[in-house]
Design a protein around this ligand. Structure first.
Ligand code: S3P
Length: 172
């Protein structure tokens, strides 16, 4: 790790299924920092799953909760923060993230994302039939990429999370 690493927060950004929570927990362990998953925290605060928030309150309400929670994270210290896939995809949120810590984009090929997303349940934006899932991921990813690539560091995470963490630590 270079001596210049003096941030209080590391934000992990990237599409659903890119491994932000898995990598984030491992990275926090290595740094001796705390780990926080914004979806988990929002879900706990609201007393319902992210899917239920989308269903009962709508996506707009979820995005407002997400924005408010992001603002709360900027006060935390020694914290690795795994963000929801949509959190950095507004100019305002992206700028808050970039200005509040080191931001790492976990890049993943769309086939890997598709495989991981199809195996998970709490994904309100990806309820499409299996044969439409891949196209939907690719189209969303295309429109979000311009936000994700603004991260300070980009690391590929299609294979081993341990290797990804090592790559991140080498770049910090
Ligand atoms: C979303 C990603 C999800 C969650 C919500 C919306 C998105 O988080 O915030 O379902 O818009 O990409 P993960 O990226 O942690 O799955």
């Amino acid at each position: 790790m270079e001596n210049g690493f003096s941030a209080d927060r590391v934000y992990l950004i990237g599409y659903m299924g890119s491994g932000k929570s898995t990598v984030g927990k491992l990275l926090a362990e290595q740094l001796g920092w705390n780990f926080l998953d914004t979806d988990e925290a929002i879900s706990e605060l609201q007393g319902k799953s992210i899917s239920t928030i989308f269903e009962e309150d709508g996506e707009e309400r979820f995005r407002a909760l997400e924005k408010a929670f992001l603002s709360f994270t900027t006060e935390l210290r020694r914290q690795v923060i795994a963000t929801g896939g949509g959190m950095p995809t507004t100019p305002e949120n992206l700028s808050t993230i970039l200005n509040s810590g080191i931001t790492i984009f976990l890049d993943c090929d769309s086939d890997t994302l598709g495989k991981r997303i199809s195996e998970s349940i709490d994904r309100p934006l990806h309820q499409q039939p299996t044969n439409q899932l891949q196209a939907s991921i690719e189209s969303n990813l295309k429109s979000r990429m311009s936000f994700y690539i603004e991260a300070h560091i980009t690391v590929e995470n299609s294979s081993s999370p341990d290797l990804t963490v090592q790559r991140i630590i080498d770049k910090l």
